[in-house]
Write a protein that binds this ligand. Structure first.
Ligand SMILES: Nc1nc2c(c(=O)[nH]1)N[C@H]1C(S)=C(S)[C@@H](COP(=O)(O)O)O[C@H]1N2
Ligand SMILES: [Mo]
Length: 378
């Protein structure tokens, strides 16, 4: 009884089920988009063997769109989650704290949902800033907790279904239309939350949706900043790639008819120009004009079989992104280039001089820089 007296009393519309439902549906929509696009991102970055050759190379802007949506919906979910937690936090003080086993399990699932959601949004946001202040692998843990959150969310929706149904529409038919139900306080609160979502979106989305780049306030990478007008995640110096000279460079292509090319020989091959974007998983993306040799031409010269998968290897001595694979769709796409030039100039060292991979509909991490070797896989 004493304890009961200590817990605060909550009244008012801002903490009721209607407010929780109003914000909940926007938060749910943001989570749905974030989860679906996150799955796309994960599969494209780590395709299971049986899927690797089916990853489509078109539309060329596909990954740019899905990853832009992933980061934007995650950022929009932050103010929504804060508002939702504020609306429902009085339930923390529910008395008695455990009414039954079922009630206990429900509270436990809410703890998982809240903890997991906060974890996903916090690690995702820090990842966009390339800041990894934790001792675990971001990709593996962010992915696993994503499933945990979705499971807990579905359970939550099932448990709350009757309440959600009751409060979904402004005035459900049959209920008495109470004019006070949606009074100015609730409307102001929801408008403020909407304004918050608009503000964080407007000031961050320009990192991938470049028409809005002038409104960027919080993006770690401005799409215009970087050599040759393109951001850089890992510089040549950071990657430990020393100065590669045109004389020393060799491209090694393995396959049924292996061969080696000098840079001049590469430059003498038919050159093609494509307009493709780098779409970094961390949220920025930027389109550019690339010129170079078609990977399909290089493979044909090695007499690679039509269904060959290709391993692309960097001159970078070590690092998580020194190797990538091209599935069949990407290997044969005429837009997939071993690029030698960017926006009309020879590649800057930080963009992969003398040669880098650029392919359509592909995560930035797989656009391998400083390519020294193409290996035709069986
Ligand atoms: N060898 C190598 N290639 C790499 C990387 C790397 O660390 N090493 N980083 C990748 C990442 S995460 C991105 S987003 C793009 C960025 O390309 P840019 O620096 O030319 O814009 O390069 C990719 N290619
Ligand atoms: Mo990236």
């Amino acid at each position: 009884m004493k304890l009961r007296a200590l817990s605060p009393a909550f009244k008012g519309r801002l903490h009721d089920a209607r407010t929780a439902t109003s914000i909940g549906r926007w938060l749910g929509a943001a989570f749905a988009v974030c989860f679906a696009t996150g799955l796309v991102s994960h599969v494209m970055q780590h395709p299971p063997g049986w899927l690797a050759d089916s990853i489509p190379s078109r539309p060329s802007w596909g990954y740019r769109l899905t990853q832009g949506l992933h980061v934007a919906s995650g950022i929009a979910a932050i103010p929504l989650l804060l508002a939702k937690l504020w609306a429902v936090y009085p339930r923390l003080f529910a008395w008695p704290p455990l009414r039954s086993v079922k009630h206990g399990l429900e509270r436990l699932s809410i703890a998982v949902l809240v903890g997991g959601s906060v974890f996903e949004l916090a690690t995702g946001l820090l990842n966009t800033a390339q800041w990894y202040p934790w001792p675990f692998s971001f990709v593996a843990v962010h992915y696993a907790v994503g499933w945990l959150v979705v499971g807990a969310l579905l359970l939550h929706l099932a448990v709350k279904a009757p309440e959600i149904r009751e409060h979904w529409t402004r005035r459900s038919p049959g209920t008495l239309a109470l004019p006070a139900l949606d009074g100015p306080d609730r409307r102001s609160f929801l408008a403020a939350v909407g304004a918050g979502v608009g503000a964080v979106t407007l000031t961050t989305v320009g990192q991938s949706f470049t028409p809005l780049k002038d409104f960027l306030l919080f993006a770690p990478r401005h799409p215009d900043q970087g050599p040759q007008g393109l951001p850089v995640n890992r510089t040549a110096a950071a990657a430990g790639v020393g100065r590669v000279t045109a004389e020393d460079y060799r491209l090694v292509v393995t396959g049924p008819q292996p061969y080696t090319l000098t840079l001049d020989e590469l430059r003498a091959l038919p050159q093609h120009e494509v307009e493709l974007s780098i779409a970094c998983v961390e949220g920025w993306s930027k389109s550019a004009r690339w010129t170079g040799v078609r990977v399909a031409d290089l493979l044909a010269r090695a007499a690679a079989p039509a269904h060959a998968r290709v391993r692309v290897e960097s001159l970078e001595p070590s690092g998580g992104y020194r190797v990538s694979e091209l599935g069949r769709e990407h290997a044969t796409d005429p837009l997939t280039l071993l690029a030698l030039r960017l926006n009309g100039e020879e590649l800057h060292p930080d963009h992969g001089y003398p040669a880098r991979l650029i392919a359509p509909n592909r995560p930035g991490v797989l656009q391998t820089k400083w390519v020294g070797r193409l290996e035709v896989l069986a």
